[in-house]
Write a new protein. Structure first.
Ligand SMILES: Nc1nc2c(ncn2[C@@H]2O[C@H](COP(=O)(O)OP(=O)(O)OP(=O)(O)O)[C@@H](O)[C@H]2O)c(=O)[nH]1
Length: 212
């Protein structure tokens, strides 16, 4: 995979960028993944923040660099310069604010314009703990994801630690699968789906993960 960096201390190093409107909870998602905690109040991100965490997946050490970008429009020129070297992008919306979901096609367009051609894209609907304030149906997110060929949709809660590990694990496994198949030369880039399927999963217990 272009841009994959070999590292002595790990088997894989993946760069994953988080994008989405301001206040959807990107920093809280990253913080939960990185530290295991939820911090109620963050300052809005200025430009891009960077963190690293390693996972052990199927006996392989996978280092994940997460770039948490500012959602505010005034930082757009800075954040766009980070798209190109990312292997994966996580697009986040706030499922209690419809407008942040309606921005997702814009974020997809941005990635298509500035990101690498074979970037893996996932969608997350954050704040799934706020059930009474829901403004976006999970089904609508699935429809959007299918329309744009995204890898998966998951509803997350940084506050209650729901689906956070799953998001990054799923992304890492997909990147490993694509990378492995490319190394073996079994398929040309951009057409590697043998070992991976789009996954659509809500956080809510009544909805079981839907594989398509
Ligand atoms: N209820 C609930 N609130 C959350 C959750 N995640 C984040 N928040 C709240 O949402 C607000 C915005 O969170 P941030 O993580 O700063 O949002 P952001 O997307 O990084 O914002 P920018 O840095 O401006 O792009 C904060 O008040 C958080 O406490 C969640 O899972 N549930």
């Amino acid at each position: 995979m272009p841009g994959l960096v070999p590292d002595e201390a790990c088997d894989y190093l993946f760069k994953i960028i988080l994008l989405g409107d301001s206040d959807v909870g990107k920093t809280c998602v990253v913080h939960r993944f990185h530290s295991g905690h939820f911090r109620e109040r963050h300052h809005n991100t200025i430009g891009v923040d960077f963190s690293v965490r390693s996972l052990l997946l199927d006996g392989k050490k996978v280092k994940i660099q997460v770039w948490d970008t500012a959602g505010q429009e005034r930082f757009r020129t800075i954040t766009q310069s980070y798209y190109r070297s990312a292997h994966g992008a996580i697009l986040a919306y706030d499922l209690t604010r419809r407008s942040t979901f309606e921005s997702i096609p814009h974020w997809i367009h941005e990635i298509e314009k500035y990101g690498a051609a074979n970037l893996v894209i996932m969608l997350i609907g954050n704040k799934s703990d706020a059930v009474d304030k829901r403004q976006v149906l999970f089904e609508d997110a699935c429809t959007l994801a299918e329309k744009h060929g995204l890898l998966a949709v998951l509803e997350t809660s940084a506050k209650e630690a729901q689906n956070i590990e799953e998001v990054f694990t799923l992304m890492a496994k997909e990147l490993i699968a694509r990378n492995t198949l490319q190394l073996h030369g079994e398929n040309p880039p951009n057409s590697i789906y043998l070992d991976s399927r789009p996954v659509i999963a809500s956080q809510s217990p009544e909805k079981s993960p839907c594989l398509c």
